[in-house]
Design a protein around this ligand. Structure first.
Ligand code: SIN
Ligand code: CO
Length: 383
């Protein structure tokens, strides 16, 4: 699927993280990639996270899936919305919807959530912590957007849903199939289906909170510490007042923390590993047996394409010279020379055509075997 009339630089400069953007059908030929019945089918499966929101006047109820197929037939005439998370992990044509947005780095991508609503259905006025492209797949939806909210914005009392107590929209648009609405973090929004069979694809991004970053980085550092790594003062001088905590003691104490907590190289490796941990580990491509080296060489010689597991997360950081540190599903791999080029190719696209010369590189073979064995990568099977 291709997107034509969309100026990426202009969008990044004027809208990304700043203000909403309405992008009227920029596709050269928009085709809805998933039928409502297929979405309902996914909501019945154990390995897909799904929610059903039913509305009765001003009251909203939320139920979590998986749902029995008969549940959908029992829904009444009141508006309802079905939402399924990470549909891109299950449906390649939905994963392809991320492609036009690959100008945003892999590590910021979350997943594609798909919603289906009947006439008048929606999830209610709310704000999210994340950037999202709301792509209208089927039917029509009226979106009302703005203003920017924060933690102090009043919410309605509700156990499960964070709905805004008041919502005075600054903009309003009806989206038709193929139209896209970008909403930055914190902006109030409310989408209501206009007519039945309304499907919306939410291409969602993620950004770590400072508290999550600090807490998880600290846990990582602390887990690696020794009991005998402690304050020491062999140069202690007699003090006038034994009650004083001297500034030299404080400098040393503070230094003990700063030295470890601000170690940029250790942080970089930790962050890459941490950020690449999968959100949904259930989509398991791990083979029963480790890949055989001869088979691996044969597949490379035949230039069999390699595919990333859609649930896997691939990213890298550059190190000195030609080297890169590759992160895949919580693991890191030091790569140099042709293995670094391979690592970069694996991060650049979800399908890679290996070159036969990789068979001569033990490091590249080790990397590919490790990624296949951990279920992050597979050679494309012929049907
Ligand atoms: C929806 O698809 O109905 C809701 C998406 C959102 O508001 O984030
Ligand atoms: Co939202």
């Amino acid at each position: 699927m291709q997107i034509d009339a969309f100026d990426i630089d202009l969008f990044l400069r004027n809208h990304w993280q700043k203000r909403p953007a309405l992008i009227r059908n920029p596709w050269n030929a928009w085709v809805n990639p998933l039928a409502p019945e297929e979405l309902a089918g996914l909501a019945c499966e154990d390995d897909a996270e799904s929610r059903l929101i039913e509305q009765a006047g001003d009251s909203w109820t939320l139920a979590h899936g998986p749902f029995a197929a008969s549940r959908f037939a029992k829904l009444g005439r009141q508006p309802w919305t079905l939402l399924v998370q990470a549909v891109d992990h299950h449906v390649p044509d939905v994963a392809a919807l991320i492609d036009p947005f690959r100008f945003i780095p892999n590590w910021r991508i979350d997943d594609v959530m798909v919603s289906y609503a009947t006439d008048g259905g929606g999830v209610g006025p709310h704000f999210d912590q994340y950037d999202v492209f709301l792509l209208q797949g089927l039917g029509r939806r009226r979106w009302r957007v703005g203003p920017r909210c924060d933690e102090s914005t009043p919410l309605r009392p509700h156990d499960d849903l964070r709905l805004l107590a008041e919502f005075d929209a600054t903009d309003e648009w009806v989206l038709e199939p193929g139209d896209i609405l970008y909403v930055p973090p914190g902006f109030a929004h409310d989408g209501v289906a206009v007519g039945d069979d309304c499907m919306t694809y939410s291409i969602g991004f993620r950004a770590p909170s400072r508290s999550e970053l600090i807490a998880d980085w600290c846990d990582h550092v602390v887990e690696r510490m020794q009991e005998d790594d402690r304050y020491a003062d062999p140069d202690l001088q007699a003090q006038d007042n034994p009650g004083e905590i001297s500034s030299s003691a404080l400098d040393r104490l503070h230094g003990m923390i700063a030295e470890r907590m601000l170690d940029r190289d250790a942080f970089a490796r930790w962050f890459g590993e941490y950020n690449s941990i999968r959100k949904y580990p259930d989509i398991d491509w791990q083979p029963d047996e480790a890949i055989d080296r001869t088979d691996l060489r044969d597949l490379l010689t035949a230039q069999t394409p390699l595919c990333r597991n859609p649930a896997s997360r691939f990213s890298f950081i550059r190190q000195g010279g030609q080297a890169v540190l590759l992160f895949v599903d919580g693991q890191s791999f030091e790569c140099a020379g042709e293995t670094a080029l391979l690592a970069e190719a694996l991060c650049a696209g979800e399908r890679v055509h290996p070159t036969p010369d990789l068979t001569h590189s033990p490091a590249a073979l080790n990397l590919l075997a490790a990624l296949v064995d951990q279920g992050s990568l597979a050679f494309e099977q012929e049907d």
